[in-house]
Design a protein around this ligand. Sequence first.
Ligand code: PMP
Length: 430
Amino acid sequence: MSNDKSKSLFEKAKEYIPGGVNSPVRAFRAVGGNPLFMKRAKGAYLYDEDDQEYIDLINSWGPMILGHAHPVVEEAVKIALVNSPSFGAPTAREVEMAELICSIVPSVEKVRMVNSGTEATMSAIRVARGYTGRDKIIKMEGCYHGHGDSFLIAAGSGAMTFGTPDSPGVTKGTAKDTLIAPFNSISAVEKIIDENKNEIAAIILEPVVGNMGCVVPQPGYLQGLRTLCDKHSIVLIFDEVMTGFRLALGGAQELYNVKADMTTLGKIIGGGLPVGAYGGKKEIMDYVSPLGPIYQAGTLSGNPLAMAAGLAMLKYLKSNPAVYNQINQTTTKLVEGLRDQIAKAGQKFTINQVGSMFTLFFTDANVIDFDTAKTSDTQKFAIYFQSMLSQGIYLAPSQYEAMFISNAINNVEIDKILKASEQALRQIKA
Ligand code: PMP
């Protein structure tokens, strides 16, 4: 396989863009090698600048549920484009989008559009803080909520420590208001609440985690958080940037039958264009400007192209609920194939799957939180990744990410992925 064009693009990119990429994970640091520069994609397949073809298991980190360049989305964007890509004024599409989200996501009564998942989570905690009049938030170790200062906080050594900044530039003042608990531990959250009586504004988490690899909430965990939030008047925020409209039409909240007070949404509701949203109970959302005192704004928020793409995809999903059975079954088939294969190869592994999200961890630990995720052998993952890539399978370039299956992936692709995986596993053994 020739990667010459990607290689020279990366060299040039590094001169002008920090690390040569506009988002760090794309640089392939965790797996080594040269990142591929993509030129086009259709359905299940990506094509790089050297015209190599790849089966895409990232799908733009979630949003391409229907596969790439789906005609329904493409047509909607074309129509919006000829009428100008931006007005900075209200549009009918925004109203339709808001109504659609409120009718689908169980707990959302009002919603505000923004431009990314980062903006959605930053805004949501500002609103939760303004609404409750409290400063502190609880975040789960290993969950990612974008690059807002309050979320770039490492765990320290346990649930009781104050957070320490994970990135230079995040002030100690900001970090001290983010308290960290391990995912799946209700007792850790209870302890933090006890030690910070009437000071916690919000608990925020990915209800099914994608960002330390796929990690599943244990039975009773989400409900347990709901009960604690009710008892202590804390705003429960589900960050459904990856899970909303993917795990079910109504996201993880529908799947697990637990309602959040606020929900953050992202890339999926833009069908591949830059979008985010945060929403929730009316009594909370009514604190947002211009109705209430909490300021949040955006020149391109509710952008016509993004709304057109997102609406087209969400309406398609709403009227074709069979898509969910299809992507879930495809994922299960792939995961079962991988399990058989890896067990035969004698590798230590764990696969976590919820619906069309999954991660193959190179550890035999039961991966339920960040500590257990970190027992993975990342060197083995890197070998597996490179071998898969050289065979035309595009996996997320880090052990600590989830794969996302699109509706364009069918039996032909599953067979190709499994065949490549068999070969990749042999390389690990060698
Ligand atoms: N929340 C979650 C759960 C995410 O996975 C991400 C990004 N992958 C974000 C927030 C941030 O979204 P964005 O990259 O659009 O800012």
